[in-house]
Design a binder for this molecule. Structure first.
Ligand SMILES: C[S@@+](CC[C@H](N)C(=O)[O-])C[C@H]1O[C@@H](n2cnc3c(N)ncnc32)[C@H](O)[C@@H]1O
Length: 273
């Protein structure tokens, strides 16, 4: 079904079992330059700890939609929930199978195409809501949830638009459209929390790492190519630089000031009525 290579890159570089931003309790106290990958992993653990505090007491069965590489599922399994996982991604399927074997059922499909006889108490969409088509996602959630069941979504949504081509305006749902769709599909919003402040440290760290290590390394590589291959370097560098330019525009995604301008990172708990 294909592999999301960006998510694979995160999995292989950060080497945690999560693919989300993490949650920082006291973002104002963090010194970005002093952070380590271990701190990022701790924040990712804290994220599911905080998110799971929104799971209502009566919930037993959970469908982890867009389960990534299984960190959230492992955490929830450990807390005693009856968990099933779902992802359309081939790489994630391999990792989930290695991690859980037969212990947890895995559904290899998009949520929009999921079919199940079983009804779940809660659907978890941890940083996966933005990948799922809004209306199809709520229609499917209605079918898959028992009456009175819950949808717990934690993701970033666009709250402001302008005529810019900011990448923050892409690959994220419009918050008003999302909430309107929830209502029209028979869901009540029963809890919400804006966790933007608690998540931005991870972006700030990513930007710091890029500015400090990756950009100077690219400059050095260009210098080195020019020096060693003075005759052939100019054509190669032209091609290389046009690729780098398009990638650099994507780096705006690491800018937390721009994130805040366009997006909010929300927790929404809906109940099927
Ligand atoms: C950013 S990752 C989040 C992974 C995990 N939930 C976490 O919090 O670490 C997004 C997940 O959504 C999955 N995904 C993408 N499109 C999807 C779809 N249409 N239906 C269900 N999951 C989808 C991706 O394969 C991936 O597992």
């Amino acid at each position: 079904m294909g592999v999301d290579n960006i998510l694979k890159l995160y999995a292989e570089t950060i080497r945690s079992s999560y693919l989300h931003y993490g949650f920082w309790d006291d973002p104002g106290l963090i010194d970005i330059e002093a952070l380590t990958l271990e701190d990022i992993k701790k924040a990712q653990n804290r994220y599911i700890e905080n998110l799971s505090s929104y799971i209502p007491k009566a919930v037993k069965s959970i469908l982890d939609v867009g389960c990534g590489i299984g960190g959230n599922a492992a955490y929830l399994l450990d807390k005693g929930y009856d968990i099933e996982t779902l992802s359309p991604d081939d790489y994630q399927r391999k990792i989930i199978n290695q991690k859980f074997g037969d212990q947890i059922p895995f559904h290899h499909c998009k949520f929009e195409q999921f079919y199940s006889k079983k009804k779940f108490d809660l659907i978890l969409e941890s940083e996966s809501a933005c990948y799922i088509k809004i209306d199809e996602g709520f229609s499917k959630a209605r079918v898959v949830l028992r009456d009175g069941g819950y949808l717990l979504a934690s993701d970033y949504f666009v709250h402001f638009k302008d005529s810019s081509k900011s990448p923050h305006l892409k690959s994220s749902h419009d918050i008003n459209k999302y909430l309107e769709s929830s209502k029209s599909h028979g869901f009540n919003l029963i809890r919400e929390f804006d966790q933007t402040d608690n998540t931005m440290i991870t972006l700030d760290y990513g930007k710091y790492f890029m500015d400090r290590f990756i950009e100077p390394s690219i400059d050095y590589l260009k210098y080195s190519i020019k020096k060693n291959y003075p005759k052939t370097s100019s054509l190669f560098l032209k091609l290389f630089e046009s690729k780098i330019k398009s990638k650099k525009e994507q780096l705006d995604l690491l800018d937390s000031v721009l994130f805040r301008k366009y997006r909010k990172y929300m927790i929404f708990l809906f109940q099927k009525v």
